[in-house]
Design a binder for this molecule. Structure first.
Ligand code: MF3
Ligand code: CO
Ligand code: CO
Length: 280
C-alpha cells in the first residue's frame, strides 16, 4: 500500500541533508551549554535571551528561529529563545522576570544554519530547587528518553506517545496534550505531529531518514493549560509546576541518532542501552 500508512517517507533526508541537520542540531545544543552558567538567582529572563541572541548571531552566525516566528493565529514571537519558569509550560516570553532561588526554568533554543533547523531545550535550576521541583525535572527528562528510546524504522507514532505518557503518569504526573513534538528540517514545524500520549501500534510508522523532535511537557498537577495575554506564554491552569526537555532526533536503520548533541548535554538515563550514535 502506498500512502500515509506507510509513514512519512516524503520527509526522508539525503546524506547531505542529514549532515546539515547534524550541524544545526549541534549548534542549538551548544547555545544551551553556553547559557547554563548564567542561569542564577537575580538574572532576568530577558538577559538570558539577549545573551543567547548575541551568541547565536555574532558567534555562531546562526539565525534564532523563534524571532518574529508567526504561525497562523499567533502574533510574531518577539524574542530569540523561550524561557518558561515554574508553572509556565512552554513558549514563555523572556522579559523583566527576575529568577529567584529555587526556580526551575526551561530554555528552548531553535537555530537555523544553512537553511536547516535544530531544536532543543533543557531544564535549569536557579540555585537549589525543592525536592518536588527537582523530581519533576528528572522524571520529565526520563520521559523524553522513554519516547526517544522506542524510535526505530517500523515503530509507530503511538509507540512514542505511549512510552512518554505511561512513564509520566506512572510517576503521578500529567501530560500536556495541546502541544507536541514535530517534524523539523528546512521548516521549523513540519509533519508529522509527535504526540506525547497515545497507544502502542497506533498511527503512522517511522521511516529511516525522518527527523523530528520529542519534547514532552509534564505537569506536577492537572494537564489543563491557559495562554497568557501576551499571546504566547502557556501556563498550567492549576499553577502547578511544569517541566519540558527536547531533542531533535533522526530515524536510522539501527534506531535513532540524537542530532542536538553537545559536550554539556546531560547523559541519557541508565535505561537507555548504549549504542553507536553515529554511523562508522
Ligand atoms: N521551540 C519550540 C518548539 O519546540 C517552538 C517555539 S515557537 C516560538 O517547537 F515562537 F515560541 F518560539
Ligand atoms: Co520543538
Ligand atoms: Co523547541
Amino acid at each position: 500500500m502506498e500512502g500515509r500508512t506507510q509513514g512519512f517517507a516524503a520527509h526522508a533526508r539525503t546524506p547531505e541533508d542529514i549532515e546539515g541537520m547534524r550541524v544545526a542540531g549541534k549548534l542549538a545544543a551548544e547555545v544551551l551549554d553556553y547559557i547554563a552558567p548564567y542561569v542564577k538567582p537575580g538574572v532576568t529572563t530577558g538577559y538570558l535571551d539577549k545573551l543567547c541572541h548575541d551568541y547565536m548571531v555574532e558567534v555562531q552566525k546562526t539565525v534564532p528561529a523563534p524571532l518574529n516566528y508567526a504561525p497562523p493565529g499567533h502574533r510574531p514571537y518577539p524574542k530569540s529563545v523561550c524561557t518558561s519558569v515554574n508553572h509556565q509550560v512552554c513558549h514563555g516570553v523572556p522579559g523583566d522576570k527576575v529568577l529567584r532561588h529555587g526556580d526551575i526554568v526551561n530554555i528552548d533554543v531553535t537555530v537555523i544554519k544553512d537553511g536547516w533547523h535544530g531544536d532543543t531545550s533543557r531544564m535549569f535550576y536557579a540555585g537549589e530547587p525543592s525536592v518536588q521541583a527537582k523530581r519533576l525535572c528528572e522524571i520529565t527528562y526520563e520521559a523524553m528518553w522513554k519516547g526517544i528510546d522506542v524510535v526505530h524504522p517500523g515503530a509507530t507514532l503511538g509507540d512514542i506517545g505511549h512510552a512518554v505518557q505511561r512513564f509520566a503518569e506512572d510517576n503521578g504526573y500529567s501530560v500536556v496534550r495541546e502541544f507536541c513534538g514535530h517534524g523539523i528540517g528546512r521548516r521549523f514545524h513540519e509533519e508529522p505531529q509527535i504526540l506525547h500520549y497515545g497507544r502502542p501500534g497506533q498511527g503512522p510508522k517511522l521511516v529511516q531518514g525522518m527527523t523530528f523532535t520529542v519534547e514532552p511537557m509534564i505537569n506536577a498537577g492537572k494537564r489543563d493549560i491557559r495562554q497568557l495575554s501576551d499571546g504566547w506564554t502557556i501556563v498550567t491552569a492549576d499553577h502547578s509546576l511544569s517541566a519540558q526537555w527536547e531533542h531533535t532526533v533522526l530515524v536510522t536503520a539501527a534506531g535513532y541518532e540524537i542530532l542536538t548533541v553537545s559536550p554539556g548535554m546531560p547523559a541519557p538515563p541508565a535505561f537507555v542501552a548504549r549504542r553507536e550514535q553515529h554511523p562508522a
